[in-house]
Design a protein around this ligand. Structure first.
Ligand code: 3PG
Length: 206
């Protein structure tokens, strides 16, 4: 599946930091059950790779990717864990070489016209606009759409139910990414029905 197809399937991609392996499966089940079936597990916790593995084994209805993929070593590790796609906050030639060699779909981060042009020149037409709010938000995406048509975005960073609709209404936005659907306090309580409820609300956005 291409990054464009992935981003066209959902309105919101949950950005997950899985701190305990035991949370991985109930979290993925709650999100997919709530209607968000494309998940980004960031490589920011000790158990992230095992979380990807567990979600892939036990929750086949979810499409599970790795986020915060920074290096060729990250690409190899997440691919070995079964990640179906990768997300990065930016892009380096070494990272792009690694995902292309692995055949792993990548949603690469970009925040400036130069970033976007460099990625477009390498064939990437669907990008993570990151950090969305800090990098100019909705106004920046509107401004980019004129000179850089044909590039679609998944804005991530600072998105919440309060501003998600503003992003999703833009023609160059396919979906948004965000962590709000998995609040830390709900995870701490094991309140997976709250996560499912937030996922359901997010799935109806736009
Ligand atoms: C991240 O990489 O942490 C994502 O951009 C999520 O950002 P958020 O917590 O603002 O949704």
């Amino acid at each position: 599946m291409t990054p464009k197809e992935l981003c066209s399937r959902v309105r919101v991609i949950p950005v997950l930091v899985v701190e305990e392996l035991a949370h991985a499966v109930p979290m993925a089940r709650a999100l997919a059950g709530g209607g968000l079936s494309v998940l980004e597990v960031t490589l920011r916790s000790a158990c992230a790779l095992d979380a990807i593995r567990a979600m892939r084994e036990v929750v086949p209805e979810a499409t599970v990717g790795a986020g915060t993929v920074l290096t060729p070593a990250d690409v190899q590790a997440c691919e070995a864990a079964g990640a179906q796609f990768a997300v990065s906050p930016g892009a380096t030639p070494a990272l792009l070489d690694a995902v292309e060699e692995a055949g792993l779909p990548l949603l690469p981060g970009a925040a400036t016209p130069t970033d976007i042009m460099a990625l477009a020149a390498r064939g990437y037409d669907t990008l993570k606009f990151f950090p969305a709010e800090a990098a100019g938000g909705v106004a920046m995406l509107k401004a980019l759409s004129g000179p850089l048509p044909g590039i679609a975005f998944c804005p991530t960073g600072g998105i919440s139910p309060a501003n998600a609709m503003d992003y999703l209404a833009l023609p160059n936005v396919l979906c948004v990414g965000g962590s709000w659907v998995v609040p830390k306090d709900a995870v701490a309580r094991g309140d997976w029905s709250r996560v499912a409820e937030l996922a359901h609300e997010a799935s109806l956005l736009g």
